[in-house]
Design a protein around this ligand. Structure first.
Ligand code: SAH
Length: 254
């Protein structure tokens, strides 16, 4: 694969405000107080991800390209490149960059080029959908909360991603019209992987999702693990990976 420069030249740059002046109020969603251009901060984040073992060049490039600070509230923008989850409204959170990168790397599974059609369950603020749009030829992303579906549309407008389709619906049912998918990725964790998702996965396709573990204590916090499910000609192969903490997968619309 031909390496490409990690930062597109047209990356929006921001001039740090002089320390004796208040930052201009019109500067929307730009990391303030970080004291440097957002692409530099992002590159540092990517270096950290690589240091943590993330290797897939396409994923590293996607993480360097998508401006995470544009997907969170202005008041949180200065934390956008820290490896932390952040609230996005309606009780939901944007995942840590490290978790997004890890899951997308698992989804790609070292494929030589871009993946084909992908389904994301849980659009949230749209950040991961934007990252997925860099590593797949077509992305369907579904969200059950109208408020977040609308927010994601606003957040993503500047990227003009023709290959990204935002859907308002119950992702528990998948999205049969787009099936079969080369990959399915869930940003919310349920008791089990819904059968519809497995049905909608192409043979040779891979699903990455947080799922509750049977060891979860009754009444206590639900223990979740990341699982990878491969649909092979011989059947389904499931691998249970590390513990994770995702918002719950819920049915119905709101
Ligand atoms: N990928 C998102 C993470 C959002 S958090 C981002 O980058 O911001 C997970 C999201 O899953 C929440 O917005 C929640 O509303 C959504 N969700 C939970 N159950 C769902 C379902 N059945 N269908 C669609 N979305 C669901």
């Amino acid at each position: 694969m031909k390496p490409r420069p990690s930062f597109p030249a047209r990356m929006g740059s921001t001039t740090p405000a002089p320390s004796n002046q208040k930052p201009a109020a019109v500067h929307s969603n730009v990391p303030q107080g970080v004291g440097m251009d957002s692409s530099t901060v992002r590159q540092r984040m990517v270096q950290k991800l690589a240091g943590q073992g993330l290797q897939d060049p396409l994923v590293l490039q996607a993480m360097a390209t998508i401006e995470r600070h544009r997907f969170v509230d202005t008041a949180l923008a200065n934390q956008a490149y820290e490896d932390t989850s952040l609230p996005i409204g309606l009780g939901q959170t944007i995942s840590k960059p490290g978790v997004v990168a890890r899951m997308v790397e698992l989804l790609r599974n070292g494929a030589p080029g871009k993946l084909g059609r992908i389904l994301e369950i849980g659009t949230g603020c749209g950040y991961q959908a934007a990252v997925l749009s860099q590593i797949a030829t077509e992305v369907y992303s579904i969200e059950r909360l109208r408020g977040l579906h609308d927010k994601a549309r606003d957040n993503l407008r500047h990227l003009r991603l023709a290959q990204l389709h935002l859907l308002f619906g119950d992702g528990m049912l998948g999205f049969p019209k787009g099936a079969p998918y080369a990959g399915i990725i869930a940003a919310a964790g349920g008791e089990a992987v819904p059968k519809d998702w497995i049905d909608q996965l192409a043979e040779g396709g891979r699903l990455v999702a947080p799922v509750a573990m049977p060891s979860s204590t009754r009444g206590g916090p639900v223990a979740q693990a990341l699982i990878v499910l491969d649909k092979t000609p011989q059947g389904i192969r499931q691998t249970v990976l590390e513990a994770v903490h995702f918002v719950p997968l819920k049915s119905g619309l709101a």
